[in-house]
Design a protein around this ligand. Structure first.
Ligand SMILES: [Zn+2]
Length: 202
């Protein structure tokens, strides 16, 4: 494990402990452990994210992958089947298709998708790409990019108004808990790292 990976794990562990009801802290912790190859340790973090938000399709994807990489095929397939249904119902096509690949690779039966067309309309015509966005097909876009840079443009194109509002509340906690100084470049970087993680913009 690299020092950067260890630091990331420590930061998300703190976030998950300080705000235990927030599934994204647990998901971030799971992902940081997953990136460091700590699949067994990542499992309870992803499971907690799913307990808090059963619609979190990406968490099923990573959880199933942890089981698969640990050689627990049956458990992996069980998680992937559940994740596939959630992702398909929500129209989360990237996790759905990645889960389908895993199911095939493990020799399982991929369920037939209910959401077929890539251009299928959502209720508002806008799709929020934050993993586990609670607004689903009713997501509303932001009225304008929230920042005047590349990141602001990405947020505007991919993130709904509700998720952005949630992040602003979360961002204040992050600043306070980590005592970030946003006038400082490293403080700004850390803040943006949490923002991207929270919004799924990586
Ligand atoms: Zn959203």
């Amino acid at each position: 494990m690299t020092p950067a990976q260890a630091e990331r794990i420590a930061q998300f562990r703190k976030m998950a402990q300080d705000d235990p009801e927030n599934e994204l802290g647990h998901f971030g912790l799971g992902k940081a452990l997953w990136e460091a190859g700590e699949f067994a340790e990542a499992i309870p973090a992803f499971e907690q994210a799913i307990t808090l938000n059963a619609e979190f399709s990406k968490a099923y994807q990573y959880l199933g992958e942890c089981y698969a990489r640990l050689g627990k095929r049956d458990k992996a397939l069980e998680v992937f089947q559940r994740g596939y249904e959630v992702a398909d119902r929500r129209g989360d096509r990237v996790p759905r298709d990645e889960i389908a690949q895993w199911i095939r690779q493990l020799g399982g039966q991929v369920p037939s998708p209910q959401q077929t067309s890539l251009t299928s309309e959502t209720a508002t015509g806008f799709r929020c790409q934050r993993p586990g966005c609670p607004a689903g097909p009713f997501a509303r876009p932001l009225p304008a990019p929230p920042m005047n840079d590349e990141l602001g443009r990405q947020v505007y194109e991919r993130i709904c108004a509700d998720c952005w509002r949630d992040w602003l509340a979360m961002g204040i906690k992050v600043i306070n808990e980590l005592r970030l100084d946003l006038s400082d470049e490293s403080g700004q970087r850390t803040y943006e790292m949490y923002m991207k993680q929270y919004l799924g913009l990586e």
